[in-house]
Ligand binder design. Structure first.
Ligand code: ZN
Length: 666
């Protein structure tokens, strides 16, 4: 179990380092991440390396038992690199080249920048690879963005050659006959910039795929430069889940030794408790347990405007939430709030003045608790029977064509997640390429892009007894080319669903909307099996015709009153549920409740709103985490006789303090 901090010794005079290391040691910090943006200090001019300061910083830390993760600094190319060739700066969707002055200002496909990258990564590896003070490496920082420069254009055209083989094939697949877009030379193919108002959806989606592949390829370049120099260190990249959807993380994670991500639950408004839970479940779904939070919020955060300060207990609470869901490492961002630069107000464990305060004490308390129970409370597995499918490509296709002004693929996934999260039924969030066989139920909201292979895998899953939940706008497109299918919807999935879509309507600002924007006709789940549960359709509505399926819900108002709004179909030994519209949250909770009962899904007992209950581990090893995200004290009964770890007492009831955590074993 790792407790660390992100530390930037280069921001502070060297005579302060000793004091920092001393305070870290006193707080029980066992790891620091260093150097992720320190390129100008490590290589002040091309080929002239200065790693001695970093070596000295590592020595100061290591002498107090603090180990190191080194970051490659490529997210912040220094001015001399850019001055030499300004075409390294990325070009945005509007065709404007970015300027120097922030970070992430480079194109991953730029040949000269790739040379610079190879050189600095290799030099760092040659100097520090295999160093006993090191436990790992982090490549770059939070990969993101799409570049629209001429190098990317050329690389995209090559990527298309590889994918389609011939222009005849490409023209056919994209349907370039539409608006006279047939291409006679590869060089004619444009990038989907805003210079044209609405691009061919096939081209557009392929560009997003290419862009994701470009980051995977750029990461591979760093891995190739670094790997030969390594000893036992493990390599990671710090993913960003909230709002960062441009890279298929299942592909980015494939070559990494472990997965890590950056968690800031409190950026604006209320803490994003449920979203953070879903992001942890995605980290686990992508890479299993044992992931790290490489940046865990430890203070008010923001660049020019600051978020609220984490209330007493919240820093620990968010850390325990990560552990409950499979993390084995928490690295707090950042050690000390810096006095300079864009992130002057992105606060860390220490404030600007560098004296320990309330947040330092909380981190210290967490580290002490990890020293005592860290190993015991982080067994290898989180038992899960249900998976929620998140398909990055489907997300991109909806980004290009949202279908409805109200459709947000991320939010729809989270709406499904909400029902299960509220009931403490654990979910893995996975991508469609993962093995389905470990799960009893799969939730695949808005599965827009489908190919034959995915259809077959879903059929096999259901035939073998699995329960599959699909919803509107599924099976609409052929995955390869983003073409609309030549079949009744839901296309490839029709046999599974046992029903088809007769017609459909958006509920986004149309006359179908009754009341608030995005709301539509009343729908009601039929008394059996969901009890009388009703609400208004959201986002979209399908008019369903049943082939073999039975109705699961009916429209209760509007032109389709009395017709099915959702269906249920027995297929092989399994069941397929199709939801013809978006559901309000109460209906998602009802649906999750029904599935939990019907499938006898395991999980923790139900808890009051704002309290999470999560089991990590199985059998004798299992640990129950109770996490109170409320500002008030909460008392709850445990529904079974459990031993509290802290007191060692067996209890049937527990009172959790505001933002309090309690751990139990059977
Ligand atoms: Zn580019």
């Amino acid at each position: 179990m790792i407790v660390g901090v992100d530390y930037y010794p280069e921001h502070w005079p060297e005579d302060r380092w000793e004091r920092d290391a001393e305070l870290m040691e006193e707080a029980g910090i066992g790891l620091v991440r260093l150097a992720e943006f320190a390129w100008s200090k490590m290589e002040p001019e091309e080929g002239s390396f200065n790693f001695d300061w970093l070596d000295r910083a590592m020595e100061v830390l290591y002498s107090r038992g603090i180990e190191v993760v080194l970051g490659t600094p490529t997210a912040a190319p220094p001015a001399w690199i850019i001055e030499e060739d300004r075409s390294i700066l990325p070009v945005d969707e509007n065709g404007d080249r970015e300027g120097f002055g922030a970070r992430r200002h480079y194109c991953p496909n730029h040949p000269r920048y790739r040379e610079h990258t190879r050189r600095i990564v290799k030099a760092m590896g040659e100097r520090f690879g295999g160093d006993p003070r090191l436990v790992g490496w982090q490549l770059d920082n939070e990969f993101s963005g799409r570049c629209y420069c001429d190098y990317c254009k050329e690389a995209f055209q090559d990527w298309l050659k590889e994918k389609y083989g011939s222009l005849e094939e490409l023209n056919e697949e994209w349907g370039t006959i539409f608006w006279s877009q047939e291409y006679g030379e590869w060089e004619e193919i444009p990038l989907p910039t805003t210079r044209a108002r609405a691009h061919n959806p096939g081209l557009h989606l392929d560009y997003y795929r290419f862009s994701s592949d470009s980051w995977v390829d750029y990461q591979d370049l760093q891995l190739e430069a670094l790997r030969p120099t390594l000893g036992d260190e493990r390599v990671t990249h710090n993913f960003m889940f909230a709002g960062f959807t441009g890279i298929d993380y299942s592909e980015l994670g494939e070559e990494l030794d472990f997965l890590s991500w950056d968690n800031y639950p409190l950026i604006s408004g209320e803490p994003r408790t449920e979203r953070a839970a879903a992001a942890h479940d995605l980290a686990r779904g992508l890479g299993g347990t044992g992931f790290w939070v490489m940046e865990e919020q430890s203070g008010p955060s923001g660049w020019n405007v600051v978020s609220a300060t984490p209330r007493p207990g919240q820093i620990k609470l968010w850390s325990y939430q990560a552990l409950a869901r499979g993390a084995d490492g928490i690295v707090f961002f950042r050690w000390r709030t810096c006095r300079v630069g864009t992130e002057q107000y992105w606060h860390g464990v220490l404030d600007h003045h560098g004296e320990p305060g309330r947040r330092y004490d909380e981190v210290k308390e967490f580290a002490r608790e990890m020293e005592e129970v860290g190993k015991e409370i982080t067994p290898d597995r989180v038992p899960v029977e249900v998976a929620l499918i998140k398909d990055y490509e489907t997300g991109w296709a909806f980004e290009i064509q949202p279908n409805s002004t109200e459709l947000d693929y991320e939010e729809e996934g989270l709406a499904h997640y909400h029902g299960f999260h509220r009931l403490n039924v654990p979910l893995d969030v996975i991508t469609p390429g993962e093995d389905f066989s470990d799960y009893g139920a799969l939730i695949a909201p808005n599965l827009y892009l489908v190919n034959e292979e995915l259809r077959k895998r879903l059929e096999r899953f259901v035939r073998g007894g699995g329960t599959l939940i699909l919803s509107y706008r599924s099976g609409v497109k052929e995955s390869r080319n983003n073409k609309v299918v030549n079949q009744l919807l839901p296309g490839e999935l029709r046999q599974l669903v046992g029903a088809h879509v007769e017609e459909y309507t958006t509920l986004g600002g149309s006359p179908w909307g009754e009341g608030k924007a995005g709301e539509g006709p009343a729908i009601e789940f039929l008394p059996h099996p969901l009890g009388s549960m009703s609400g208004r359709a959201r986002v979209w509505a399908d008019r369903l015709k049943l082939d073999r399926a039975r109705p699961l819900a009916l429209y209760r108002s509007g032109p389709w009153e009395g017709e099915p709004a959702a269906s249920i179909n027995e297929y092989g030994a399994g069941t397929v549920i199709y939801l013809g519209s978006g559901l309000p949250r109460n209906m998602h909770r009802g649906l999750a409740y029904w599935l939990k009962e019907r499938m006898e899904l395991s999980g923790a007992a139900e808890t009051p709103a704002g309290v999470e209950a999560v089991w990590r581990g199985e059998g004798d090893e299992a640990v129950l985490y109770l996490l109170n995200h409320n500002a008030e004290e909460v008392t709850l009964s445990l529904q079974e006789d459990l031993k509290e770890l802290k007191s060692g007492e067996r209890r049937e009831e527990i009172t959790l303090s505001p933002y309090g955590v309690a751990l139990f074993r059977r």
